[in-house]
Design a protein around this ligand. Sequence first.
Ligand code: URP
Ligand code: ZN
Ligand code: ZN
Length: 478
Amino acid sequence: MALTLITGGTVVGPTGRSRADVLLDGEQVAALLRPGDTSLGVDLASVAQTVIDATGKYVIPGGVDPHTHMELPFGGTAASDTFETGTRAAAWGGTTTIVDFAVQRTGERVQDSLAAWFAKAEGNCAVDYGFHQILGGVDDDSLRAMDELVAEGITSFKLFMAYPGVFYSDDGQILRAMQKAATNGSLVMMHAENGIAIDVLVRQALDRGETAPSFHGTTRPWETEEEATHRAIMLARLAGAPLYVVHMSAKQAVATLARARDDGWNVFGETCPQYLYLSLEEQLGAPGFEGAKWVCSTPLRSRAEKHQDELWRYLRTGDLSVVSTDHCPFCFKEQKELGLGDFSKIPNGIGGVEHRLDLVYQGVVDGRISLERWVELCCTTPARMFGLGDRKGVLTPGADADVVVYDPAGHTSIGYPTDGNGKTHHMNMDHSAWEGFEIDGHVDVVISRGKVLVSGGEYHGHPGHGRYLRRSHSAYLR
Ligand code: URP
Ligand code: ZN
Ligand code: ZN
């Protein structure tokens, strides 16, 4: 088996940091050693096939992004990253595991939809991948299917309180799915927005001639997120099930979640970099049709109302547990443009799978979170939350050899320059939602199950390296 030795770095985990050399044996972490440790009786640097000098750098577990949508069909088009392009971009950014969403459309068998997602991903992924299952129609068949899927390693199910007529489940359907989750130990992930109320507001806005992208935000006000979050928590309580609320953007919704947690309820929240940095005023409200680049749901929130600062605070204090990307890219040309003259036809989603580690690291630089919390939010907790904690998100002997060497003295410019210098990201998009972002830090080396995917600014990965991950139950279940 090939040995890889990473020397001289500072190993950072969720509970602390220390100077250590990291020894990888084939696809697994073999040992963390005190620098210069000779107790093994061999000079590891001379026997290892690969030696990586991490002096002055952080050595962290590979990133785990538990919320991506490669090839998601949405609004008459499909997310522009395939599993091949999207996982390659993830690798460039230090994410070595994704959990994507298989989508059951109303009327389709859950098992058939899952088979279609396996077929899309198999042989194409650069990094390891698992699936959640979106339930587009809760009925007796799909409830039975939940048990079957849990046995196959799909231990989480996403439901939508938004998008009536597309993905929407009513309260009775949600309650039944949660009752099933309470019996089979799976985790319900909720898109918490009151879609029925939103549809009324959207219709009224369009009737007033309000067609620009910014009206996507004003017709999905924080009340619709907080109300749905509250309802989801109550339904979970009724069912005796845990709950994970995805892509939270409204500070009021997180406050509701935090109160339930204070009362001892098993509820968790996730946010995404776009909600930490971008806003209704600056991005969604950009002149003309430009704001379409930032149409996503839940929407970007007002900076004047300080949602972004509050979300950082909730990340720091622990009421938000995970940062995912909700990577759902659409090109501007011909995809976002489907909503020219009608914001409600703009496909919802932002691409960012490549930038999560960098963007959240900027929170360390800015003094908003600690180095350890960065690792916990981006690597350890997502792995544990979704039943991968024994293999992913940690650097302990026996864990998968997924490692990122991160250079705090490096620099990352994010964007999609149109000045002839070519693009600076690897996602299949014709623009960047993160244009002009400058990061004090850089992903230097990325290793997935012992294989170096990125180093020295070069890509060494290939489609098919990534393997399917059969997940266990969440480590956060009671
Ligand atoms: O706008 C978003 N979030 N698009 C992806 C689908 C979803 O609801 O997560
Ligand atoms: Zn959603
Ligand atoms: Zn999503």
